[in-house]
Design a protein around this ligand. Sequence first.
Ligand code: NAD
Length: 264
Amino acid sequence: MAATHLEGRVALITGSTSGIGLAIARRLARQGATVCLHGLGDAKQVESAICAVASEAGVRPRHFGGDLGSAAVATTLIEEVEKSVGSVDVLVNNAGIQHVSPVADFPLERWNAVLAINLTAPFLTIQRVLPGMLQRNWGRIINISSASGYRGVPHKAAYAASKHGLLGLTKVVSSETAQTGVTCNAVCPGWVMTPLVERQIEARAAKDGVDFERAAFEMVSASHPSGQFVKPEQIAGLVAYLCSEDADEVRGVGWNVDGGRLAR
Ligand code: NAD
């Protein structure tokens, strides 16, 4: 895989103002892609993400805002990127949220928000980029699912439903594009230490009356045979591979990066 194998390609990574998305943006910029950042956050956080990508690429990436909980925003995001930067060659659907509650108490409003951001937004962004990718006969669509795309983890009804759904969507898009230069795959991380998981560790630490490190250790060792968190950069490395020529015939997979969790 050449260090600059994405030169001349435009890559949009949703939810790239922090965590896994930012690591992917940095890696794709290092591989030569023109990166478009997207995500929420205050001016300081957005500027910090822009600077992080600029330090890899030597140019400041454009940042696009917009709440993907709205179908209209998910649709217009692609139009905005294509108008101001260019046709999207690499789409990484990474933005995602979580809500933790037993099914019996799960608020409908949270269910709808998780499904809208984690599943409907990827459907809409794919729908918008696919015609152009097919016309150019090259494209990479990578959906960030989860180990919860395979497992029914207690108290994560909406999240598990959305991530299972995202794997289904990935397989359908892959089937529809199988004889073209467009591929669609999913990555299924286990626990990755990011703000999304830090919030869950903090909640667990408060509930169990232990400190953050203890709660983190107990959380990861309960589910990862490796006993280690996955690093955002490790997810980014896999995404870079899936964008490479070597992965031309990798189609419709849901690739676990989970310290051996799903092997048990
Ligand atoms: P994070 O909270 O650090 O980042 C989430 C990103 O999504 C941020 O850029 C945020 O601005 C954006 N976002 C959130 N709500 C949004 C909205 N309504 N509209 C637009 N953007 C929004 O989380 P992360 O851990 O980096 O998660 C990234 C992806 O990886 C998610 O899809 C998540 O489900 C998945 N994932 C994470 C883990 C983990 O352990 N961290 C494990 C499996 C899967």
